[in-house]
Structure formats: C-alpha cells, structure tokens
Design a protein around this ligand. Structure first.
Ligand code: 13P
Length: 287
C-alpha cells in the first residue's frame, strides 16, 4: 500500500534524519529502490518527474506498477509515490492516477499565483489524503548546456507558503539539479537557518542531492531538512556499471544478448547508491 509522505517526514524532522526521494525511470529502477528500502528497513519516497511519467506510459501505469510491486515483493516499509516538480495540470493527473504525494512546483509563477494555486491544491490533497510539497525560490540546474546557479528563497515567502498548510517545503538554498559546477558556492546555511526559523516544524526538502558533500548534508539535516532528493547519482551509477559490463564484452558471451543480464550490474549499482544515501541521511531502521 502506498502512504502519504506526511507521517514519515514528521517523524524524520522530529528524529533529526531525512527520508530519501529516489527518482524512478523504469521497472528495474523501481524494483531496485523498493528492495533496497525493505533491506534497509527505511521509509522511501519514489519520485516521478513528468518526463519519466510520460516515458513509463503515463502516471496510471506507474501507480499501478508500484502498487503491484509492493504486493508482489511483500514490501512492508512505508512507500510514498510522489510527483516531482509537478505542473498544475500534472498534479491533477497524478491525484487521479493514484499517487500518494505530489509536488506542485509553482516557483516560476509570481508569488500571488503560486499562493492561489497552492491553496487550491492543499484543499484537494487534504480531502484525498495525499501529501503536498510546495517550492519557493527555483532550484537551478543545466538547461541547454548552461548551468544556472541555485536561487536563495525569501524566508518570508517560505513562511507564507508553509502557512497555507502544505506538508513539506522545498526552499532554494543555492542547490541545483545535476552535477555541481566547479565554482559552486555551496549551500547557503544562512538562508536555510532563516527559512527554518520562520517555518518551525515544517519538514524542509533539499533538491539536487547529487554531489553535495556529506558534511553539508548533515548540516542541512541539523537545520531542518527532512527530505532529500537524489536522481542524477543513481543515473550515473547505472550508466557507469552498464558501460563497464559492455566494455568487458560480457553481454556477448554465453547464450547471446539477454536484457535482464545486461541491466543487472546497473541495478546493483543503483541499489548500492540508494543504500549509501540512506546511511548518510540516517533513515536506516526508521521504517
Ligand atoms: P539530482 O538529480 O541533482 O540528484 O536532483 C534530484 C532532484 O532534486 C529531483 O527533484
């Protein structure tokens, strides 16, 4: 069964650890994430971007696949299925499809419009028992080959959005998606501390979890971050393991090409990456 992310994040905030959001891209990725969570006795949030949802034949296919896998693999740890950086329309599609959590990324709207749309979604999610993540201050990243620096959110705007009744808040603190550029300034703990002070018990979300040094992750958790998103690092681990396997010529041996064998090293690499992150975030044995 899928659960909303609310309870796991409230516990994480109180217990000073963070729950990982690991993005899924296909069946193997999903299975690897669920099995690792179960092995680690850790809660987990499966993130699905709109692009990944489209790739996997739509949000309903994803929700049905995840629910069936939870049954089939006898997963007993809490699992939330979460829309990552949802558009306004995408949020409604995921609510309909059976997701248990959504992120409405209204950070590119003027603050008034972000407030209006978030208010409406707070109501709908509360009625249906889903958890809702909002974002203030956009998270940078690579677009058309240019890496944008992460913005720092305005703590007063964060309070305004938090007070609408969302369950978790992503505040830009200089974090970006993908690899961090060599001249990255690091996370702005000054901004994080100010946001944390204004938003109290609200679980805060750190996007762009790939490549942030372990000491910064720990400091962010100590300042109220209770959910950390990781995507690129699993993709890189998968890519590297698959490439090594192919370069070793192993896929051409034996009975010929077998996609299950070809994907196996990548899957193991994803599992190892997720386990390492769960250890760093402190979520092991917190199910
Ligand atoms: P990375 O791809 O940098 O790990 O970020 C993931 C993320 O924040 C998804 O929302």
């Amino acid at each position: 069964m899928l659960v909303s992310a609310k309870e796991m994040l409230t516990k994480a905030k109180a217990g000073h650890y963070a729950v990982g959001q690991f993005n899924i891209n296909n069946l193997e990725w999903t299975k690897a994430a669920l099995q690792t969570a179960q092995e680690c006795n850790s809660p987990i949030i499966l993130g699905v971007s709109e692009g990944a949802g489209k790739y996997m034949c739509g949000f309903k296919t994803v929700a049905d696949m995840v629910k069936a896998m939870i049954d089939e693999l006898k997963i007993t740890v809490p699992v939330a299925l979460h829309l990552d950086h949802g558009s306004y329309e995408g949020c409604y599609k995921c609510i309909e499809a059976g997701f248990s959590s959504i992120m409405f990324d209204g950070s590119h709207y003027p603050i008034d419009e972000n407030v209006a749309k978030t208010t409406e979604l707070v109501k709908v999610c509360a009625e249906k028992g889903l958890s809702l993540e909002a974002e203030v201050g956009s998270i940078g990243g690579e677009e058309d080959g240019v890496v944008g620096m992460g913005e720092c959110a305005d703590p007063n705007e964060c309070k305004m959005i938090a007070d609408l009744g969302v369950d978790m808040l992503a505040a830009g603190i200089g974090n970006i998606h993908g690899k961090y550029p060599a001249n990255w300034q690091g996370l702005s703990f000054e901004t994080l501390a100010a946001v944390s002070e204004k938003t109290g018990d609200m679980p805060l979300v750190l996007h762009g979890g790939t490549g942030i040094p372990a000491d910064m992750i720990k400091k962010a958790i100590s300042l109220g971050v209770s959910k950390i998103n990781v995507n690129t690092e699993c993709q890189l681990a998968f890519q590297e393991a698959t490439r090594a396997y192919i370069e070793a010529g192993k896929d051409l041996q034996g009975k010929g090409f077998d996609p299950r064998k070809l994907l196996a090293p990548g899957v193991e690499a994803i599992k190892a990456t997720i386990k390492e992150k769960m250890e760093l975030f402190g979520s092991i044995n917190k199910a």
